[in-house]
Each structure stands twice: as C-alpha cells, then as structure tokens.
Ligand binder design. Structure first.
Ligand code: WTA
Length: 654
C-alpha cells in the first residue's frame, strides 16, 4: 500500500470526522444546482458522454472566431480540446461582456495596501488591455513569444496577463517573492523575450523592491530584451536605456484599438512554474480554450456565481489560484472582483474583515494558512465588522483541519454560508473536487465530491483500486478541458511524472481516501513536495540551494508540522571546512532566501555529523521527519548531532 501517513498529522483528526452540514435551505432554494440529485444527474450525464457535454458547453460559454470541429483528440497522454476552433481568452474575459452590453459592470474593485483604491469597469479594463497589448507589440512582442511577469497585486498585473493573451504572447507569472536567481532560471527555461515588473510593491507598510531584483536577474537572462516597469511606489530605480521602459510612457503612446487575435484552441496561454520532486521547477503549460472554459465553468459551479455577487479571492496572481480565480475564471464569468495588494495584518489584523464590510463581499476565497492566522490573532478583529453580506466561503491550497473549518463556519460564515473546500493543482487548471454549495452536504476537512467531468480513482501501490476508507494514490481517469498540456520544453518529464506510474491515469501526486459516503479526503503528497503556507516547495530544490553554499557538504530537507504554516521547512546539514555555529545557521537561511526566495527559507537548521542513511545509501527521510517533529527524542539540537545510532535502529523500517 502507498505510504498513507500524513506528515502534518491532520489525518488523525479527520479520520473520525462525522459531522455533516447540509446546504442551508435558504441557500439551496436559489442555487443554480440546488439538490444532491441535480448534482448527481449532471455528474452522470458528463461521465456518460464527456465529449457531448463539453461540445455543447464549449460552444455556449466561449466566443469562437471559428468553430471547433472536434471536441477532444486524445492520444494518451496528449489531449487537444476543441480542435480546429479559434478563440481568445482576453476576448472571453472582456469583449464578450461589452458585446452583451455589460461594459459598465464593475470588473475590479482594487485596494492598495496604503489604502488607495481604484474601480475598473469591464470597459475600462478592456481599454487598458488593448493599449497594453499594443505597447507589447510596439516592442516587437509577437504571438508565441514568452513574457515574464513579476509584479505586485495591482490591476496592471491583470492587464499584463490579458494583454499577453490578447496578442497570443505566453505569460509566465513569477510570484513577487521569488529571488533574482529563481527569476533568471524561469526566464531562461521559458526563453522569455520581455519581463514586466514594478519599481516596488507594498508589503506590511514597506516598499518591497522588485525592479532591483529583476535587474539582478537580467544579468543572467540573455533572452530578455525588454523590461517594462510600472511606477507603483515612486522608488528610485536603476535604468538601462533601450532595455527599460516605463509602463506609463508606453501606455501614453499606445492606441486603444487592438482587436483580439483569433488563436488556435491549443495555442499556449501561459506557463506557470511549480515545484516537483526534482530540483528544477516545472513549467506547467496551459493552452487557450480548454483552460479558459474550465476556469469559467468551475468558478460558476463552485461559487454559485450570479451577476450581483461581489467576489474576493485573496490569492496572488503569482500562483495558479490567482490565474484561474482572479483573472480567467471570474472575468470570463463577468464577475465583480475585489483585488487587494497587501498583507492581511496591515495596518492591523482586521484588514480583511474591513474589506469584506466595505465592498459587501458575497463570495470569499482564501487559504487555510490564513484562517489559522486569523484564529491566532483573535476573534475581536472579526467581531468589529459586519460580515453579513457573505454567502459562500472557499478554501484552497491544503487540507483544512476541522477546528479551523468550524471557526470559519461559525465566526466568518455566521453558520449560514456553505464552505467550499476546493482540491486542485497548478496542473489541473481549475478545481477538481469541491462541494457545490447548494447541492452537497459538507464534512469539515473533506473536499467532498468530484465536479462534473472529473472521475477520480484511488489506486494502491499494486495498481488495484482501493476500497472505501483505504488510502492510496489519487488519480484522474479521463482527460478534462483544463488539464495541463505538458511541461514547457520537457516532453519526457510530463509523461514520466504524471502518466507512467498508473496506466492510463493522471497521477496527481497526492494520497487520498474515499469514505463510505463517497467523500474524498486528501492526505498529503506522495512525493518530496512540501506544502508551506499553501505553497508548493521541493525538498530537493532547497537541498540544492544549501549544497551550493561552500560550507555545506550534504543537506536533507523535510517538512514538520507547523501551527500556522501547515508545514515548516526543517533541514539537516553536514558541514565541511568549518564548524557549525549560530552565524552559519543564519547565513544558510539567507543563502536559501537568495537562491529561491523568502518563502523557502528554512525554519530549523540542524547540524549533523552524518545524515542517517539506509544500507543502500538512501537518506532516511521518515526518521528525519520524526526528529524534526519532535517525535524522536534526540539531544541538544544546537550542536553537531549524530543520528547514525537512531538510523541503525530504524534500518528495517524504511
Ligand atoms: C494541495 C493549488 C488538500 C495538494 C491550487 C495539491 C490541497 C497541491 C487542497 C497543489 C485541498 C490543494 N485539500 N490539499 N483543498 N488544495 N492542495 O499546485 O497537495 O499550488 O497537490 O495548486 O496543494 O498545489 P498548487
């Protein structure tokens, strides 16, 4: 059987979760999918003939410059959806609403961290995107070119994404917390021709420099010819004439006329780098029509969206959640979206609740790590604000422990809002499993049931399907429109990572179990990927960063349970040519920060004489996880340790 243990230990608490929360009657009465029977009927209809369903929905939901002639061409593991059709994601997000007479509808209600605000209608956003698309063209950017984006959460970040999509350029958004090294690695892998950034962005009252980091990255990114800089903070920046261009200069000269380019359904829309089980991040590739449709349809299903909703997703566009549920999904659906630039605790811990009250947010989507922080900060911050506008609450990024779920349900949802715990991945393009809020009763800690079009199967190590409550590898049985199309520049890795372990199935990389009611419970990764505050980190990436330091001989990184982050990064290091010290510990933390970014900085560093290894030389990660979690008694952790005794005691277990 697969290793079904959960590193964070959360499974111990959800294993016995029996509480069931049916959709509130008032909510169900007006929901799009208003009963379990309706959900089941739809799920069965799609499962019986996915192509017939997606053919119809594809035609209805997207704008087609040229209709497609084949719904799915499946040459495992390569899918092509809506073959022969021509569409454009920027058109679907903008022009379509203008065509339908909704140009005045508010698209973005933006709030900067210092408190500055902006409101953009669909017509305003359309105009900005057209101008920016022309600005890109004026620099010679063409369809198929890759463009990196390293920006703060401003409306211009969405404009940049849609501007690329409008002319068929492929964006690669890099989260603004990554280091210069990480940016350069991504620029080079994608062979980006341009990068879009800002002077800086606001974070907890401080200007976080971005252009400076990009300057550093561009020293090692030979393909990048242009750098577009948004003036967000009015910081002095270094300038390289010819290469660097102010956003406002380009926009001033750009025409507002820019018809969306009709693009092939399978034209690449974006690349988004994510961590896998090797040291090199994977450039997950999504294409135009299938991804766009999946983002739109899942947004409508999961949030039961209607025209008068005010929707707020607190993610950053640097992650897939921001791509699918800030940009492409809600904007295709014509939603009014709140967008916030900064930290949840600036100027104080009530900021999110203040925003919800101010904009009368009805649909709210955040992460369990944020919810755990809110719980710690105290209920008084919540109680000061009127949250009665809320009607659906969502979570994403990691499992939510039942205690946090109950707090979300009572304190934020006032016991009247369904909670949608959405399981999905960068690779899946959009939500795969989640309650439909008007149809599926929830159980705290379970992502409940698959969406229509998703056929999950849990498979044991020997390849057989698991029975109820048996943990195993989570796989998906049939292609779906939003699935990744590959890993940028690495055909073999795509096949090997996702399609080789279980025949004919997409391997998600998570362990899960399905209970007797057909509810799914995610139990953590099967590979060496950590989930720190909902962010995916590769242990090998962290280890590679550490061994690139001259004082490090060997390093092993593991996750350990952490009250707020879910998992914290614990590393074990053997040194060479020097003695372990407090200074070295600090230096190594900074080194990882410099190599990858602040989000990967180890929480604990332990020095050891040797890393515990099996007889065949494999690092005993399970033993290290136990030590890191304090489940295995060891001595003083500030000095050099020797785990070889523990290792020899454990040899037979690994
Ligand atoms: C984890 C984020 C439990 C999971 C959208 C997955 C979850 C990885 C959930 C993908 C959830 C995401 N319950 N685990 N509701 N949502 N995960 O690519 O391990 O950043 O494989 O996509 O996060 O992370 P990614």
């Amino acid at each position: 059987m697969a290793d079904a243990s959960n590193r964070s230990g959360a499974i111990d608490t959800v294993m016995h979760e029996e509480r069931l929360f049916p959709p509130p009657a008032e909510f169900a009465a007006q929901a799009r999918i208003a009963s379990f029977e309706a959900y089941e009927k739809l799920w069965n209809e799609v499962a019986a003939d996915p192509e017939a369903y997606w053919e119809r929905v594809g035609r209805e939901e997207l704008h087609w410059f040229e209709p497609f002639t084949q719904t799915l061409r499946w040459n495992e593991p390569y899918a092509e959806w809506f073959v022969g059709g021509k569409t454009n994601a920027s058109y679907n997000c903008l022009d379509k609403h203008l065509d339908e007479g909704h140009g005045d509808r508010t698209a973005i209600l933006w709030e900067g961290e210092p408190g500055d605000t902006r409101k953009l209608s669909y017509a305003d956003l359309h105009k900005q995107v057209c101008k920016f698309a022309n600005a890109l063209r004026s620099l010679g950017v063409e369809a198929g070119d890759r463009v990196s984006i390293y920006m703060p959460m401003t409306p211009e970040l969405v404009v940049a994404m849609l501007g690329c999509a409008r002319i068929g350029a492929v964006h690669s958004v890099i989260f603004a917390g990554f280091s210069a090294e990480a940016i350069a690695e991504r620029n080079n892998d994608a062979q980006a021709v341009a990068i879009i950034t800002a002077d800086a962005g606001w974070r907890r009252g401080k200007a976080l420099p971005l252009k400076q980091t990009v300057d550093e990255a561009l020293k090692k990114s030979s393909t990048v010819k242009h750098c577009i800089v948004l003036d967000r903070v009015n910081e002095a920046v270094h300038w390289q004439p010819g290469r660097d261009h102010w956003w406002h200069d380009l926009m001033r000269d750009a025409s507002e006329e820019c018809p969306a380019t009709p693009l092939d359904s399978e034209a690449p829309l974006f690349i988004l780098y994510t961590s896998g089980s090797t040291g090199k991040p994977k450039g997950i590739l999504h294409t135009t029509a299938g991804y766009n449709l999946w983002a739109k349809k899942t947004f409508q299903w999961v949030f039961d969206h209607r025209a008068d909703d005010v929707y707020w997703c607190t993610a950053d566009c640097g992650w897939i959640t921001g791509h699918s549920y800030i940009t492409y999904g809600p904007l295709s659906a014509g939603a009014t979206c709140v967008m916030y630039e900064g930290a949840p605790n600036h100027p104080d811990e009530a900021r999110f609740w203040e925003i919800i009250e101010r904009y009368k947010v009805t649909l709210f989507y955040t992460a369990p790590t944020a919810i755990r922080a809110f719980i710690k900060w105290g209920d008084e911050h919540v109680e000061k604000h009127d949250l009665s506008s809320l009607r659906v609450l969502g979570t994403v990024g990691e499992g939510i422990n039942p205690q946090a779920w109950m707090w979300y349900h009572t304190k934020i949802g006032g016991e009247r809002c369904p909670i949608v715990d959405t399981w999905w991945q960068t690779e899946t393009g959009g939500v795969m499993m989640s309650p439909l809020p008007g149809a599926i009763a929830t159980k705290p800690g379970s992502c409940t049931k698959p969406l229509p079009g998703v056929i999950p199967k849990i498979i044991a190590e020997d390849g057989t399907e698991c029975g109820p409550d048996q943990g195993g590898m989570l796989t998906i049985a049939h292609p779906w429109p939003g699935m990744l199309r590959g890993i940028w520049g690495d055909k073999e890795r795509y096949q090997e990572v996702y399609w080789s372990k279980v025949k004919g199935m997409y391997l998600a990389g998570d362990n899960a179990r399905c209970d007797r009611d057909g509810y799914y419970w995610i139990m953590g990764r099967i590979d060496d990927v950590l989930n720190v505050s909902g962010h995916r980190l590769s242990t090998i990436e962290i280890e590679s960063a550490l061994v690139s330091h001259p004082a490090v001989a060997e390093a092993a990184a593991v996750g350990r349970p952490h009250e707020l982050k879910g998992e914290a990064v614990a590393v074990f290091v053997t040194v060479k040519g020097c003695e372990p010290s407090e200074e070295l510990r600090k230096e190594l933390k900074l080194h990882v920060r410099k190599e990858i970014g602040a989000l990967a900085q180890p929480d604990d560093i332990r020095f050891t004489n040797t890393l515990p290894k099996t007889r065949s030389g494999k690092i005993m990660r399970r033993l290290l996880r136990d030590i890191a979690a304090g489940r295995e008694a060891v001595g003083d952790t500030t000095t050099l340790e020797d785990y070889s005794v523990l290792a020899s005691l454990r040899q037979d277990e690994e």
